[in-house]
Structure formats: structure tokens, C-alpha cells
Design a protein around this ligand. Structure first.
Ligand code: DMJ
Length: 561
């Protein structure tokens, strides 16, 4: 037995010896042929498996899309879907476009679900997730209300389970109190308002309690970074002299006031209202504050005045707290401060040459800078929303300004080869606009403004512009595993991130742009800066009804209020 094993062993060994084949070229050829055939079969199988996987994703999306269509068709009979407002039939083009936006949300969401479930953000090109906000499931929470509004029930229920069972804020992580408030507190509160499910309120309270120590400063102007476990807070090292950032410090009022209203605990509201009363003590006549403010004495530092990065949502919230507070005497201060700031905004308005695009300059001390961030494109929407609080002449003036600025912002998109806007633009005499920083990270501000302008004027042009922007995202940013930003809007080179605000804001505003005005009516809801709608409820003893008056639509559509 031992002998025969050793013989057969040496027999096998000879086949492994290269010299054996050199002496037998036909066998060598046969072996080579076998190797090539097996490799081709394996490669073919792998390709088939990959194609199959892509097919399955596409089919799943198609099934979801058809399910949604079926739902909508079911609604025809009971008048829920196509008969929107007092028997006014919907424009079929709107229905079709809304469906396309919903399909985009399904694609973005199913990619997140497949590759980055529970992570903060999806990296579509590497097909994995990243915890850019400390592992709080930012995309999950930012998407909840969008899923709910679009009627994506199965997806919503699965996300709800994750919130109930896996969302944990006890993290030794230095979080941005601004980003955490607008995305997480805002997202949870909005979903609570929409669904009535208490789990969302409990979680909102949990995270807000962890953020509260940030306001424990000599003036009450908060530190902008806070450790979610220890509560130790500080300002970012790159901010001038340890200062707080204007937008980061003045963009929590809506969420924290809403939280006090829903929990009955005034402590949240008190913290955020103190910031505004403090800033109001030395509020300049033009209502414009530089982006850096000292948390020790509330003095502004010498720094940029802007409606773009680090300034923007401070001005937005002055108006929106007034809306949230039913425009009553209790919130009069916010409106007064906002109107002052709008005087300041007018002082920054300039026209380009030769095409007369209206833009908002930035300012540093006494010198003006002909630069405008795409971020400042939220301003047309804000102006349109605030215009009706003025008398007729001022209302017309601000609405016209809103429309002019929206035209400029739309041209930020139209002027590039990809038809997607860069991050900021410079205006120089005789040359209109030119892209500065040329990335596009799927930001929402322009479509946000188009949504407000469509709702408040009824001019269908804004829907057309929004549709064109949507198509540019579809063309340049959609890949098989989600949506990516562009490193450069001139070349179309792609980055590797699907920002959570794409699902929270960009797709939500686009969906609402093609929905009836009764869906998240501006009479009943106010959007936080991350597009999370919060229900307007009577403030304290005020039982008056919401008083937003919508203008009569000028073109097409139904007549509102
Ligand atoms: C969002 O997080 C919010 O809209 C914020 O106010 C500004 N930046 C992003 C979107 O661009």
C-alpha cells in the first residue's frame, strides 16, 4: 500500500514539473487552452452575477414605482390625488414630474439602504457609508419626513424601527450643535408632527438635552461644538479668537421653540430666545451682523457680512420664528429685526453688466465684495415668504427683488456646461457672473426658492426652472448606486458623497414644487433650514388661527386664500 501511494505521488509530481510540458508541446497547448477556457467561464459567471445584481436593484425600484403609481391611481376614485383643491384637476405634467422626483428619492434611499444603512452618509462610488456627523444616522433622520410626505410607507416603517431600536446619542463625539439641531432635532420633530408617533419626540428631547449645555456661556450665545456624552462645549479652533459663528448660533430657535411647545417644558425656548434678545441689544440699524460674535460679550468681530456661508440662516430664522409664532405681538421683535436686516440686504444689492443680473454682495468693514454664494440663493424664497407682511408697496418691491434674485440663481445653473451651479460666483464689470469654487454638492437653496415662488405667485415658470435643474441632477449626479456631487461643474467630474440634505431638502422641495399647495400648506407649516416642516401651533395663550395670507396666483393653478 505504502509503495503504491509513493508511486502515484511521484506520478502527480511529474505533471507539476515544467520540464514535462516543454518536452510535450501538445500537452502544453492543451493545458493553456484549458486555462483560458476556465478563466473565461469564471469571468463570464462573475459578470453575469454583477449584471444580475444591477437588474435586481432596477427591478426593485420599478416594483416600488409601480406600487406608488397604483396607490395614486387608487386615489383617483376618492378624489385624493388628482382632484386636489375644491375640484380643481391637477396638471398631468405635474403628476408625471412629481412621480419622477419620487423615483429619484427611491433610488437615493434604496442605495443608502443597501450600502450605508445606519451610517450618516452614503459614499456611492465606493459603495460604503461614512459617519460625518458622529454616527447619528444623519441620512436616515434627514429622510424620515421626505419618505412620509412621498407616501413611501414601507421605507418609512423600516427607518422608524431603526430609530426606535438602534439610534443612540450617547456618543463621545464633538458634534456641531448647528448641524445636529437642523438635521436631527429638526428631522425628528418634523416626523413627530407628521406622524404623531411619540418615539420621534422622545428622541428629539434626548438629543436636545445633550445639546443644551452649549448655551451655558456668559452671554447665552452658544458655543458651536459640544461633546454629546460629556456636555463639554467649545468653539471651533479656526473661528476668529474663539468666537461663535452667527448662523451656527442663531439657527436653533425654530426647533427649540417647537420642542418647548410639544413637551410643555420652557427650558429649550428660553435658551434660544436669550440669544436673540442678546443680539438685539446692539443690533445695528441695517440689521447686518458679521459672521463672528463673541460668546463672552456678544460683540461682533471684524469679519464678513454675508447672506451666504455662516450668515445665511440667522436671517432666515428671524422671519420664520415670526411665522411660527402666528405673526403675533409675542414674536414682533423677530419681524422687526428681520425688516432691519432686509434694509441691510437692500444696501448689498447690485446689478451685473452687461446682463443686469441682480446679486447680493458681501461686505467687510466698508469694502464690498462682488461675490455671491449659491447658499445665498435661499434669499429669494425668504423674501417671497416675508413680503406679504409689508404694506402693498413694500410687498411688491420685495417680491420683485425675490424674482430677480431667483433669475440670477437659476442662471448660476444655466451658465455652466453641466447646467449645475458652482458653490459661489464672482461678478466683474462687463462679464456678468463667473464660477469661483466650482464644485456642486447637491445643494437645495435654488430649488427651495423656486418652491416658495411657485407657491406664492403661481407662476409656472418656476416649475419649469426646477424641472430643468432636476434633469441636470439626473444627468450628471445619478449613478447606479445613488447620487453624487460634482468636483467641478465645468468638467462634470464626480465626487463620492450623497449629502443627507439631498434627500431632506433638494428632493423634497422638488417634489413639493410639483404637488398641490395643500400638501404641506404654507398656512400650516414652517420649514426649518434643513427643509423639515414644523407644524404652526398657537403660541402660549394665543388661540388665533395662522395668519399667512397667500397672494392670488397670477398664472394658471388654483386661486388660493
Ligand atoms: C443645509 O444643511 C441647510 O440648508 C443649511 O442651512 C445650509 N447648508 C445645507 C444645504 O446647502
Amino acid at each position: 500500500m505504502a509503495r503504491s501511494r509513493s508511486i502515484s505521488g511521484s506520478g502527480v509530481c511529474k505533471y507539476l514539473n515544467p520540464a514535462y510540458y516543454l518536452r510535450r508541446p501538445r500537452r502544453l497547448a492543451l493545458l493553456f487552452f484549458l486555462f483560458v477556457s476556465v478563466s473565461m467561464v469564471v469571468w463570464d459567471r462573475m459578470n453575469l452575477a454583477r449584471e444580475h445584481e444591477v437588474e435586481v436593484i432596477k427591478l426593485t425600484e420599478e416594483v416600488l414605482r409601480l406600487e406608488q403609481m397604483l396607490e395614486e391611481l387608487k386615489g383617483v376614485g376618492d378624489g385624493k390625488t388628482l382632484m386636489t383643491h375644491k375640484d380643481v384637476p391637477e396638471d398631468p405634467v405635474d403628476v408625471e414630474r412629481r412621480q419622477k422626483v419620487k423615483e429619484a428619492m427611491i433610488h437615493a434611499w434604496s442605495s443608502y439602504e443597501k450600502y450605508a444603512w445606519g451610517k450618516d452618509e452614503l459614499q456611492p462610488r465606493t459603495k460604503d457609508g461614512t459617519d460625518s456627523f458622529g454616527g447619528l444616522g444623519a441620512t436616515m433622520i434627514d429622510s424620515l419626513d421626505t419618505l412620509y410626505i412621498m407616501g413611501l410607507d414601507e421605507q418609512f416603517q423600516k427607518a422608524r424601527e431603526w430609530v426606535a431600536t438602534s439610534l443612540d446619542f450617547d456618543k463621545d463625539y464633538d458634534a456641531s450643535m448647528f448641524e445636529t439641531t437642523i438635521r436631527v432635532v429638526g428631522g425628528l420633530l418634523s416626523t413627530y408632527d407628521l406622524s404623531g408617533d411619540k418615539i420621534f419626540l422622545e428622541k428629539a428631547k434626548d438629543i436636545a438635552d445633550r445639546l443644551l449645555p452649549a448655551w451655558n456661556t456668559p452671554t447665552g450665545i452658544p458655543y458651536n461644538i459640544i461633546n454629546l456624552r460629556s456636555g463639554s462645549a467649545h468653539n471651533p479652533s479656526w473661528a476668529a479668537g474663539g468666537d461663535s459663528i452667527l448662523a451656527d448660533s442663531g439657527t436653533e430657535q425654530l426647533e427649540f421653540i417647537a420642542l418647548s411647545q410639544r413637551t410643555g417644558d420652557p427650558k429649550y425656548q428660553q435658551k434660544v430666545e436669550k440669544v436673540i434678545t442678546e443680539l438685539n441689544k446692539n443690533f445695528p440699524a441695517d440689521g447686518l451682523l458679521p459672521i463672528y460674535i463673541s460668546p463672552d460679550n456678544a460683540n461682533p468681530s471684524y469679519s464678513t457680512i454675508t447672506f451666504g456661508a455662516m450668515g445665511d440662516s440667522f436671517y432666515e430664522y428671524l422671519l420664520k420664528v415670526w411665522v411660527q409664532g402666528n405673526k403675533t405681538s409675542e414674536v414682533k421683535l423677530y419681524r422687526e429685526m428681520w425688516e432691519k436686516s432686509m434694509k441691510g440686504l437692500l444696501s448689498l444689492i447690485k446689478k451685473s453688466t452687461p446682463s443686469s443680473f441682480t446679486y447680493i454682495q458681501e461686505k467687510n468693514g466698508n469694502s464690498y465684495n462682488d461675490k455671491m454664494d449659491e447658499l445665498a440663493c435661499f434669499a429669494p424664497g425668504m423674501l417671497a415668504l416675508g413680503a406679504s407682511g409689508y404694506g402693498p408697496d413694500e410687498e411688491k418691491k420685495f417680491l420683485t427683488l425675490a424674482e430677480e434674485l431667483a433669475w440670477t440663481c437659476y442662471n448660476f445653473y444655466q451658465s455652466t456646461p453641466t447646467k449645475l451651479a458652482g458653490e459661489n460666483y464672482y461678478f466683474s464689470a462687463g462679464q456678468d457672473m463667473s464660477v469661483g469654487t466650482s464644485w456642486n454638492i447637491l445643494r437645495p437653496e435654488t430649488v427651495e426658492s423656486l418652491f416658495y415662488l411657485w407657491r406664492l405667485t403661481g407662476n409656472k415658470t418656476y416649475q419649469e426652472w426646477g424641472w430643468n435643474i432636476f434633469q441636470a441632477f439626473e444627468k450628471n449626479s445619478r449613478i447606479e448606486s445613488g447620487y453624487v456631487g460634482l468636483k467641478d461643474v465645468n468638467t462634470g467630474a464626480k465626487d463620492n458623497k450623497m449629502q443627507s440634505f439631498f434627500l431632506a431638502e433638494t428632493l423634497k422641495y422638488l417634489y413639493l414644487l410639483f404637488s398641490p399647495s395643500s400638501v404641506i400648506s404654507l398656512d400650516e407649516w414652517v420649514f426649518n433650514t434643513e427643509a423639515h416642516p414644523l407644524k404652526i401651533v398657537p403660541r402660549n395663550n394665543d388661540q388665533r388661527k395662522p395668519t399667512i395670507t397667500l397672494r392670488q396666483r397670477r398664472f394658471g393653478g388654483e386661486i388660493k386664500g
